[in-house]
Every structure is written in structure tokens, then in C-alpha cells.
Design a binder for this molecule. Structure first.
Ligand code: ATP
Ligand code: MG
Length: 389
């Protein structure tokens, strides 16, 4: 009896005529995720993706597949030559295994007849096997609407039986929804924001602003480490590093002290937009969340947003910090994010940053700066790093 991993996808099922495009992307990403484990047989059939386990470690395969956006459920199935009596036996073993692990009291059988030559219909198969399980296992009842465990049976030229299911991340495969540029700081929020947008199938690249030599090499390495963790999910991407120091120095000289943060934020947005435009990307991503700090009051968000015309995705906008932290832990960025290194925003941190900036006043302050020249120079000195695992 062979073991085979069965992968089911959620939202892709709703894609109608485009389904094939989404499926092919998903297969490609799954293939890539397990490519270093060996030459695994991976194939798509009847709206599911299968991986033959053969002599490979099923745990290793599952650990990889669990991180691929678009995967909803993963199960390990037994595969054997079609024989209805054997199906019943294996179904009973699977049910018993699940009961001993989880003390389940209710179940149902879900059948799929792919081989239409088989004389029983799918509901008939379920009924027949369900009856057999009830006869042979005590202390268990059928609950078709809300069962604790489902025994899946697939009848094709071979038979497949599986019961367990592991939840994947859901979402959509990377590369099915355009491209966006993430403003990646060394904090907790922005890596989560990039991951969330990536989970919707968007290809993500990132820009980081530093104030070298006021910020250290280690601070930059921390951002690289965060970028590497994100690349586990979104694939390899480019990280653009921009030195904001000359701009901060100019603001420091020519503008009111309390406007430092908000003015820097507007420059970051404009530089990010220029990079995104050049690359043909259609959106920016930030980790902003209402009220988190002075630069994220609704008034500040308005002023920051007004610096650019490209859509800005802010997936964390209405989330509490505790919930963001929970996702950061799940993604694996939290431990790196909390390492204590200085950020470019802390270099010229005003004593009392303005919390209710007015756009007209900020625009007035900017008139004293040669914004376009500063942006062009920052872009000229930009460094580009290829991020892969
Ligand atoms: P984070 O935890 O993501 O650092 P934060 O709570 O520190 O966020 P801010 O410093 O106000 O918040 O930054 C808001 C957003 O602006 C960040 O989520 C990020 O998208 C972007 N940002 C801030 N600093 C930088 C930076 N040095 N480089 C790139 N993007 C930045
Ligand atoms: Mg920050």
C-alpha cells in the first residue's frame, strides 16, 4: 500500500474559467517548495494535487507544502489497487486511528467516484462504507452535517482513503494577482503586512530605508533576515536599500522639528512610488495601523497618503498589536523583529512629534526643500540585494 499526499485548495475552486491558471501556478510553487528534497512525483488531477511519498519523509513534504499560499488542506492518503473490500478495511483502520488519537464520537464518509464504470454512485459508496464502519466500531455515530472526523474515499482506477487533514495557509498562489512594493522596516508590522498581501497572490518586492552610518550594518542585516523569512512564502525577490540620511539632514536643517517624522514618511512613500513605477508595480504596502504611533493618527495617515497617487495597501490598518504579533509569530518574523537595533526613524526623532498635521502646513514646509533633487539622489545611490533562502 502506497502513501500519497493529497492537497486541496480553497478559493481557487471558485475561479471558473481561470481555474487552470491558478492551479498551474500552485503546482509550480509546490514543486519549488519541495525541490530540494528530491525528485518527487507531483501531479494535478480532478481539482486536487497529489504527491507520491515513496521513500521521502512525509513530514518534511508537509512542512514545506504548509507554507505555500493557496493550499487549504493537506492529507496523507493510502493508495491501493481498486477493491471494495479492501477500501472498507482501510477505512475502518483509518477511523480507528483517528479515534485513538482524538477520541472522536461522530463521523461521516465522503466519497468521490472518478471511475464512472464503478457500479455504485458516490452517495451509495458512502452509505455502504458508513454502514460497515458502524457495524464494526463501537461508540461512534454518523453526523453528516458536523462530523468530528470525515473518512474520504476516492474510487478511480486505484482507490484512495484518507481521514486526517492539516490546514494550509489558504490564500491564492503567488503571481496570480499583480505586483506590489513593500516598505519594509525592521519592526513587527511591515513583515506581517507584506506576508498578508503576498497571501492574496500578489508578488512582493521590498524597499528599506536606513540612515547609514547613523544606523548600523547590523540593523541592515536584521532587515535582510526578515526579508529572507518572507521569501520562504513569496519566493525570491529584490530588496532595495535607500539611504534616507541626506534627506533627514536637510529636513532637520530647514523644517520645524516636530514635523521630522511625517516629512520623512512622505519622502519614503514618494521614493517607494518611484521605484514601484519604474518596475511596473501597481501598489505599495505598509504596516501602518490606526493610532499605533504619532505618525499613524488618521490625520497623519492622510498627510502621508497624499504624497503618492498609487494605491497603498495597509492590511493591518484596523488590527490590534496583539493580533499582529500573533501573525508575526506564525509567520516566523517575530523573534527577529524584536531584536534591538536602531531604525532610521529614530535617528532624528522629534521630542514631541506632531500628531495632527495639516496638509497645507506640511506642503508649506516642503516648499523649502528641493524634493525632486533629494529623491533623485536617493534613488541614484540605491543598492539592490537579491533575497533568496
Ligand atoms: P513596523 O513595525 O513595520 O516598523 P512601526 O509601528 O514601527 O511599523 P512606523 O515606524 O510608523 O511604524 O512605520 C509605519 C510603516 O512605514 C511601516 O510599517 C513600514 O511599512 C514603513 N516604514 C517605516 N520605517 C521604514 C523603513 N526604515 N524602511 C522602510 N519602510 C519603513
Ligand atoms: Mg518601524
Amino acid at each position: 500500500m502506497d502513501k500519497i499526499i493529497v492537497i486541496r485548495y480553497g478559493e481557487i475552486m471558485l475561479k471558473g474559467d481561470n481555474k487552470r491558471f491558478f492551479e498551474d501556478k500552485l503546482v509550480k510553487h509546490i514543486r519549488h517548495a519541495v525541490s530540494d528534497l528530491g525528485k518527487l512525483k507531483i501531479y494535478k488531477k480532478d481539482s486536487r494535487i497529489y504527491i507520491d511519498v515513496e521513500d521521502y519523509s512525509e513530514k518534511q513534504i508537509i512542512d514545506r507544502v504548509k507554507k505555500v499560499f493557496g493550499v487549504a488542506l493537506i492529507s496523507v492518503a493510502k493508495r491501493f489497487p481498486m477493491d471494495f473490500d479492501v477500501i472498507k478495511q482501510v477505512a475502518l483502520e483509518s477511523l480507528r486511528e483517528q479515534i485513538s488519537l482524538h477520541q472522536y464520537k461522530t463521523f461521516k464518509v465522503d466519497s468521490k467516484r472518478v471511475d464512472k464504470k464503478f457500479p455504485l454512485t458516490s452517495p451509495e459508496i458512502s452509505k455502504e462504507i458508513g454502514g460497515y464502519l458502524l457495524e464494526n466500531q463501537e461508540g461512534i455515530k454518523v453526523d453528516v452535517h458536523n462530523p468530528e472526523v470525515t473518512i474520504y474515499v476516492e474510487v478511480r482506477d486505484e482507490a484512495f482513503v484518507f481521514a486526517d487533514k492539516i490546514h494550509g495557509l489558504g490564500g491564492l498562489p503567488i503571481g496570480t494577482n499583480g505586483k506590489a512594493l513593500l516598505l519594509l522596516s525592521g519592526g513587527i508590522d511591515s513583515p506581517v503586512a507584506g506576508w498578508m498581501v503576498g497571501k492574496r497572490g500578489v508578488e512582493v518586492e521590498a524597499v528599506h530605508f536606513h540612515s547609514y552610518p547613523f544606523t548600523s550594518e547590523r540593523a541592515k542585516e536584521k532587515v535582510m533576515d526578515l526579508a529572507k523569512i518572507i521569501s520562504v512564502y513569496v519566493g525570491k525577490f529584490k530588496l532595495y536599500s535607500v539611504n534616507l540620511l541626506p534627506i533627514q539632514q536637510e529636513i532637520n536643517e530647514k523644517c520645524p522639528e516636530e514635523e521630522m517624522t511625517i516629512l520623512s514618511r512622505r519622502f519614503m512613500m514618494r521614493i517607494a512610488e518611484a521605484i514601484a513605477e519604474k518596475k511596473g508595480f501597481n501598489a505599495l504596502i505598509t504596516g501602518e495601523s490606526i493610532g499605533q504611533v504619532a505618525s499613524q493618527t488618521v490625520e497623519s495617515l492622510h498627510v502621508t497618503n497624499s504624497a503618492v497617487s498609487m494605491p497603498v495597501f495597509r492590511p493591518l490598518i484596523a488590527m490590534d498589536k496583539v493580533d499582529i504579533i500573533e501573525i508575526a509569530k506564525k509567520v516566523g518574523t517575530f523573534e527577529t523583529s524584536i531584536l534591538p537595533f536602531e531604525d532610521c526613524c529614530t535617528v532624528f526623532l522629534p521630542k514631541r512629534p506632531i500628531t495632527k498635521p495639516r496638509l497645507e502646513k506640511i506642503l508649506k514646509s516642503e516648499e523649502g526643500l528641493e524634493a525632486q533633487r533629494l529623491i533623485d539622489e536617493a534613488l541614484e545611490n540605491m543598492e539592490i540585494e537579491e533575497i533568496t533562502l
